[in-house]
Design a protein around this ligand. Structure first.
Ligand code: NAD
Ligand code: UDP
Length: 316
C-alpha cells in the first residue's frame, strides 16, 4: 500500500477485459485510484463488478477511437480485442482501435505529461523466423492477411508510441505480451486455453487446429500483471519494448492433453484446418525483462491451468 495521502490515479483502457480487470484489481489493492475505460466490445461489466463499490474505482463507457478528456497520473492502454475470432469480426474497427486509439491516448498523455504503457503483442513478430523471439527481431508479418488488422495495427501503435517519445519527449513503456491465460477469459472468447477448457467441461470434442504441433508459450495472468506494473514503474529511460511472457513452450496438442487430464474428461480430439497465417512457433526471450524488471513468471502451467479450470467450472 502507498503511504502518501495523494493516490496515484491510473487510467486503464480496456479495463473491463480479461487482462484489464485483473490489472484494475491489482492497482486498487496497491493503493492506486483507478479509472477504467471500456466500450464492452469484448469485455464485460461482470469482470469489474466487484470493484464498483470501491470509492477509488471509477468506470467510464467510452470508445478509445474518440478523444478522451480526463485527469490521470499514468495510463495503461489495453483497449483492443485480443482473440483472433473477435479481432477479425470487424477488422476495420480493430485497426481503428489500435491506431486512432493510440493517437487519442498518446494525445491525452502528452497533454497531461504522464507515462503511458502500451499493451503490444508477440504478434508484432508475426510467424517468426527466429526462435525464441528477442525484442530486436523485426518480425515476419503478412500485411494483407486476416491477422493484419491486429498485427499491423499493433505495429503502427508501437511506431506512434516511439514517435511521440522521440518527437515530444513523452515517457512511454511498450510491453510485448505473449499468450496469457487465466480466470475471466470469456467462455466464447475463441482463444485456445478457454476453448479447450470449456469444451472439456462440456464433454465436447477438443478442436485442434492443424496437426497440433504448433507451439505457444502460456503465461498465467498474475505473472503478467506483475510484469506490466514493474514496467510502468521502471525508470523513465526504460521505454521497452520488453517481452512479457512465459518462456516455457508448449505444443497445442500437448496443451489439449493436459487440460483434458486436469478436467478429468474423456474427450475426443477433433482436428480442423489451421487458420491462415497462424504462427507455427512462439516463445519469448525474456532476458531483457529479467535484467530490467527483475521479472520472470512464477506460476507453472499446470498450476495456472488448474486455477483456470476451477474458474470455468463456475461459469459453464
Ligand atoms: P480482451 O478482449 O479480454 O480485453 C480487451 C478490452 O478492450 C475489452 O474489455 C474490450 O471491450 C475493450 N475494447 C476493445 N475495443 C475498445 C475500444 N475501441 N474502446 C474501448 N475499449 C475497447 O483482451 P485481453 O486479453 O484482456 O487483452 C488486453 C490487451 O492486451 C489487448 O490490447 C491485447 O491486444 C493485449 N494482449 C493480450 C494478450 C493475451 O494473451 N491475452 C497477448 C498479447 C497482447
Ligand atoms: N487453436 C486450436 N484450437 C482452438 C483455438 C485455437 O488449436 O480451439 C490454436 C490456434 O490455431 C493457434 C493456437 O491454438 O495455433 C493459439 O491460438 P489463440 O487463438 O489462443 O492465440 P494466438 O493464435 O493469437 O496465439
Amino acid at each position: 500500500m502507498q503511504s502518501n495521502s495523494r493516490k496515484i490515479r491510473s487510467l486503464v483502457t480496456g479495463g473491463a477485459g480479461f487482462i484489464g480487470s485483473h490489472l484494475c484489481e491489482r492497482l486498487i489493492e496497491r493503493g492506486n485510484e483507478v479509472v477504467c475505460v471500456d466500450n464492452y466490445y469484448t469485455g464485460a461489466k461482470a469482470n469489474i463488478a466487484h470493484l464498483l463499490d470501491n470509492a477509488y474505482f471509477e468506470l467510464i463507457r467510452h470508445d478509445v477511437t474518440f478523444p478522451l478528456y480526463i485527469e490521470v497520473d499514468e495510463i495503461y492502454n489495453l483497449a483492443c480485442p485480443a482473440s483472433p475470432v473477435h479481432y477479425q469480426r470487424d477488422p476495420v474497427q480493430t485497426t481503428k482501435t489500435n491506431v486512432h486509439g493510440a493517437i487519442n491516448i498518446l494525445g491525452l498523455a502528452k497533454r497531461l505529461k504522464v507515462r503511458v504503457l502500451q499493451a503490444s503483442t508477440s504478434e508484432v513478430y508475426g510467424d517468426p523466423t527466429i526462435h525464441p523471439q528477442t525484442e530486436d527481431y523485426q518480425g515476419n508479418v503478412n500485411p494483407i492477411g486476416p491477422r493484419a488488422c491486429y498485427d499491423e495495427g499493433k505495429r503502427c501503435a508501437e511506431t506512434l508510441f516511439f514517435d511521440y517519445h522521440r518527437q515530444h519527449g513523452l515517457p512511454i513503456k511498450v510491453a510485448r505480451i505473449f499468450n496469457t491465460y487465466g480466470p475471466r477469459m470469456m467462455p466464447d472468447d475463441g482463444r485456445v486455453v478457454s476453448n479447450f477448457i470449456v469444451q472439456a467441461l462440456r464433454g465436447e470434442p477438443i478442436t485442434i487446429y492443424g496437426d497440433g504441433k504448433q507451439t505457444r508459450s502460456f503465461c498465467y495472468i498474475d505473472d503478467l500483471v506483475d510484469g506490466l506494473i514493474r514496467l510502468m514503474e521502471s525508470p523513465p529511460a526504460e521505454t521497452g519494448p520488453v517481452n512479457l511472457g512465459n518462456p516455457v513452450e508448449t505444443e497445442i496438442g500437448t496443451l489439449a492433453e493436459r487440460i483434458v487430464g486436469l478436467v478429468g474428461a474423456d474427450a475426443a480430439m477433433e482436428y480442423r484446418d489451421l487458420p491462415t497465417d497462424d504462427p507455427l512457433q512462439r516463445c519469448p526471450d525474456i532476458t531483457r525483462a529479467r535484467r530490467l524488471l527483475d521479472w520472470q513468471p512464477k506460476v507453472p502451467l499446470d498450476e495456472g491451468l488448474a486455477k483456470t479450470v476451477d474458474y470455468f467450472r463456475g461459469v459453464v
